[in-house]
Design a protein. Sequence first.
Length: 333
Amino acid sequence: MREALESLRTEALAATEAADQLEVLRDLKVKYLGKKGELTSVLRGMGKLSAEERPVIGSLANEIRSQLEEALKTKETHLEELQLDEKIREEKLDVSLPGIVNPIGAAHPLAAVIEEIEDIFVGMGFEVVEGPEVETDQFNFEMLNIPKDHPARDMQDTFYITDDILLRTHTSAAQIRTMLEKGGNTAVRIISPGKVYRRDDDDATHSHQFTQIEGLVVDKGVSMSELNGVLLTFIEKIFGAGTEMRLRPSYFPFTEPSVEVDIYHPEKEWVEILGAGMVHPNVLAKAGYNPERYTGFAFGIGIERIAMLKYNIDDIRHFYQNDLRFLKQFRSV
Ligand code: DAH
């Protein structure tokens, strides 16, 4: 019986040593130590032994059991570690792999310039309002002191939809809408950006559709010197401190006096960037403001002109062609 136990020990330890998978170990445990296992069945023969032999064999069997248990446990731990190592190796992330680049868009240069101008005027207490691109002849012309036969209509060749409805030729129509809305006894301090349309042949400096920002201030005691201060602040903010500005007398039917405003550009010298003036008393009156009590100033800024000067763009058509090579240059604007 001793031999049987010893050879079982040798065989079981060798099998444990050779096991290379956790499942194999589990089977060995059942095979040798399980209820119907080999060690158990050897011990079942103990009854046939003499009284002296019984404790000797019993203690040998216990020794073998704990030795085998120990060996199985050690091997199990070892195999589990190997398995974990393998898993870690498989799941390893290669952080040096190039990432997935999600293309990020950027604001169109005109949108970016409008936003910049809005910020400047909001900083001076202006409110931003928007008007419709399809306008009435009434708001686009008549109420701005430009009657049907007025020669100023020739300067703004118009896309008419019907006799009375048109594509607005300037954002000045927003002046009338705002004043009517405010009701004739509230101060007005607004800018209004948007697209405008004229029947022009497109070339490097003309486009049948372009962008303006209108400005309007109406209150008691508004003066030309305030207009001057507001415009100079705007120009220095957008083109840099120290940028020179000059006002030239001009004519617009809706302002009196009227001016055209130039800035000094190092290469192009004096360049016109906007029209402005004191709101004509007729315009105030038509829109419900008593010109005896209220005065106002207005201005109209050409956005493309500003953007072209600011970023040295030589052809207005670049803005509308959506060529990515052009647009990508404004990523950080
Ligand atoms: N509406 C004019 C244009 O499109 C620009 C303009 C000039 C707007 C003088 C004004 C202004 O508000 O006061 O050419």
